[in-house]
Design a protein around this ligand. Structure first.
Ligand SMILES: [Zn+2]
Length: 276
């Protein structure tokens, strides 16, 4: 699943490649990607120019010069590709935008879970799934207090809490394992039992992890490729994710893999112990 740093990398790549391009036609090959009527979708976007691509957590926001915004959620496997020929797209490209410079922007999604939705500009934050998102790392809204207050109210595990996006948004499975290892917090620790000291440790680590991952262009763990075809190179810096059976870098204890919140979870049984 693409995580925040990958989506940010895609966003930057798209701004380089398709900003100020006008859409001259749209080929929708799988209707269910579109929320609402595919015909309306085409009517609203054909003739419009892409002003900018921004992002909220893992949603890409395509802003157009006609005051509409297309919200695109990549979900499990969604990817954008910019190509010079239609023949360069395979059967998994479900929506193709024809651009005025002769290039094509394709949305490829093997599992077809991704969604696209058009809203009026600045209405995107009212869309339920986006409105429910907690503050994002590296923004002014994400503070030590926001983290403390969010954890205080929640009895479920810290892993589940970080994954559900309400307390802080943008952390997926890989980065949750990484930040909990770095902060020495057991993934099954109930959120409201995480100590003040642990939260103080965790808060800057979340910012740092996301910053490093964005700088490195995202992780390659699941065949992730950005819009220009470059592969991310963050994989080598993973400390605990996908490291089961390997010695912990800090203490040498073998990293274990368990299931928490329904997800494969990697942790060091020596460095990350339950508080009670
Ligand atoms: Zn350890």
């Amino acid at each position: 699943m693409p995580e925040l740093p990958e989506v940010e990398t895609v966003r930057r790549g798209l701004n380089k490649l398709i900003k100020n391009r006008k859409i001259i036609a749209i080929d929708i090959r799988y209707d269910k990607i579109i929320i609402g009527s595919p015909n309306d979708f085409k009517k609203q976007l054909i003739g419009a120019t892409i002003v900018e691509v921004s992002r909220r957590a893992k949603y890409l926001l395509f802003h157009f010069d006609n005051d509409l915004t297309m919200i695109s959620h990549l979900r499990m496997e969604g990817k954008y590709q910019v190509r010079n020929q239609l023949a360069d797209f395979d059967k998994h490209a479900h929506v193709i935008f024809y651009l005025d410079d002769g290039s094509y922007l394709g949305y490829r999604d093997v599992r077809k879970f991704g969604k696209m939705q058009i809203v009026a500009r600045n209405q995107e934050m009212q869309v339920k799934s986006i409105a429910a998102l907690g503050p994002e790392p590296l923004t002014a809204q994400y503070t030590l207090e926001s983290l403390e207050n969010g954890f205080k109210k929640r009895k479920k595990s810290i892993k589940a809490t970080l994954l559900d996006q309400h307390v802080v948004s943008g952390l997926g499975n890989i980065y949750v394992d990484e930040v909990l290892w770095r902060a020495k917090i057991h993934p099954e620790e109930p959120a409201n039992k995480v100590t003040e000291l642990q939260i103080k440790a965790l808060y800057p680590i979340i910012n740092d992890e996301i910053k490093q991952a964005i700088a490195a262009g995202g992780t390659t763990v699941r065949s992730y490729v950005d819009a220009t075809g470059h592969t991310g190179n963050f994989q080598l810096q993973l400390h605990v994710y996908d490291q089961e059976g390997q010695p912990c870098e800090r203490c040498g204890t073998i990293i274990e893999k368990i299931k928490v919140a329904g997800r494969g979870t990697h942790y060091c049984p020596h460095c990350q112990v339950l508080n009670s």
